[in-house]
Design a protein around this ligand. Structure first.
Ligand SMILES: Cc1ncc(COP(=O)(O)O)c(C=O)c1O
Ligand SMILES: NCC(=O)CCC(=O)O
Length: 433
């Protein structure tokens, strides 16, 4: 940590808060962010040479493990041909074909450079397509940092205590309606009242930005129904869940039909990639086919496309997901058992390859209010002691954890052993500040 501290001090001179994305700053847990030198498989190595079992995975993308040789080689091979052309490449078509083939409900897809761009563009498309202004989102869901979506948002917006950021014009914010996740009744009421003015409903099918919260089946069904009835576009934000529940996304897993799907993270295999796509009748409204403008100098960047294609090859191999699902479940059961043995109130949620731990004695965590009722101070102590034991968790209690194909049973055992020690320290009140 010595080097990290020095590097962080230096970083603060010319980088606001020393980081290029707020969630990296350790604000929610205190202390100094760990500066990373390299990563391999399930491990991060910091600038002091410490090794950590990584459950953040670059905030989701690295499902195949860090520095996967096939992805690395695809990137190097492509880099030898040039870094960016600003003209069409066959790679873009190959990746678009691949996505439309794998993901349900996607006839056409447009590449962008981040999840934020994907959701921002999807919202513009929905507004342009329906000729309506209002959008509906859920409290604690994060869809990137575009103005319309930074209202009661999750992730770092929660950590910093500014769910509605200064700088978002009130005249824009007034078009965003925010509802309670998993509240089917509230959803139906809202659409009964405003349905004819709503351009779209956007949701994280499983949330990862108010920690991991699972959808109730009736909530998923109701979202599709109210969109059908009102003519609103149903946007499933699969930036995080896409390719984390099997190759077909959360919509394949839960059998939901989106009108537009947004993707990112895993799609780029660690390179900056986002995408939005969906039904042809809607996608045909995007320029240059249609009037809704959307563009990008580096969109469909060849290196990023090569990384994405290599990643799609890896995740579509038979048997890729089951061991990751099994290890996710095993980790959660192990953490709960360790907490139980120490008498620490703690519970977990998990689905697919995503998980979350909550310091609470509530039997279930199902929405933003439940998450906010959890003990974040104890999480901070848990986080730092786990870090000392070589386990890298997200530095905030509002973030989901991720499993990769590179995590082994031994990694899971080590993590549970470390948690066992830390839970007992917490129970004994000796876990430090
Ligand atoms: C569900 C979801 N949507 C959108 C985004 C925004 O993606 P990005 O950070 O790539 O802009 C994120 C994460 O950041 C996310 O988790
Ligand atoms: N759950 C949080 C994210 O996925 C975003 C990471 C970032 O903003 O750096």
């Amino acid at each position: 940590m010595v080097t990290s501290q020095a590097l962080f001090e230096r970083a603060n001179a010319h980088i606001p808060g020393g980081v290029n994305s707020p969630v990296r700053a350790f604000k929610a847990v205190g202390g100094t962010p760990v500066f990373i030198d390299r990563a391999d498989g399930a491990y991060l190595f910091d600038t002091d040479g410490n090794r950590y079992i990584d459950y953040v995975l670059s905030w989701g993308p690295m499902i195949m493990g860090h520095n996967h040789p096939e992805v690395r080689e695809a990137v190097v091979r492509q880099a030898e041909k040039g870094l960016s052309f600003g003209a069409p490449t066959e790679l873009e078509t190959q990746l678009a074909d691949r996505i439309c083939d794998i993901m349900p409900n996607m006839d056409m897809v447009r590449m962008v450079n981040s999840g934020t761009e994907a959701t921002m563009s999807a919202i513009r498309l929905a507004r342009g397509y329906t000729n309506r202004d209002k959008i509906v989102k859920f409290e604690g869901c994060y869809h990137g940092h575009s103005d319309s979506l930074l209202i009661k948002a999750g992730s770092g917006a929660l950590t910093l205590g500014v769910p509605s950021s200064p700088g978002v014009p009130a005249c824009l914010a007034e078009h965003t309606i925010t509802l309670t996740y998993n509240d089917t009744e509230g959803l139906r009421q809202c659409f009964a009242e405003h349905g004819d003015k709503i351009a779209c409903l956007i949701v994280e099918p499983v949330t990862g930005n108010m920690n991991c919260v699972l959808p109730k089946p009736e909530f998923l069904t109701a979202m599709r129904e109210v969109c059908n009835e009102s003519g609103a576009v149903f946007i499933l934000d699969e930036v995080m869940t896409g390719f984390r529940f099997g190759p077909h996304g959360a919509q394949g897993h839960y059998g939901i039909e989106a009108d537009i799907t947004t993707l990112g993270k895993i799609l780029g295999g660690g390179m900056p990639v986002g995408a939005f796509g969906g039904k042809r009748r809607i996608m045909e409204h995007i320029a240059p086919l249609g009037p809704v403008y959307q563009a990008g100098t580096l969109s469909g960047n060849p290196i990023a496309m090569a990384a994405g294609l290599a990643t799609m090859d890896i995740i579509t191999r038979p048997g890729f997901y089951q061991p990751i699902f099994d290890r996710t479940a095993r980790l959660c059961h192990g953490l709960e058992a360790a907490a139980d043995s120490a008498g620490v109130p703690f519970t977990t949620n998990h689905a697919g390859t995503m998980f979350g731990g909550f310091f609470t004695d509530a039997p279930k965590v199902e929405n933003y209010a439940d998450v906010m009722a959890c003990d974040t101070k104890t999480f901070g102590r848990f986080f730092h002691r786990m870090l000392e034991h070589g386990v890298y968790l997200a530095p905030a209690s509002y973030e989901a954890g991720f499993m990769s194909a590179a995590h082994t049973d031994e990694d899971i055992d080590k993590t549970i052993e470390a948690a066992n020690i830390v839970f007992h320290m917490i129970a004994a009140g000796s876990s430090g500040a």
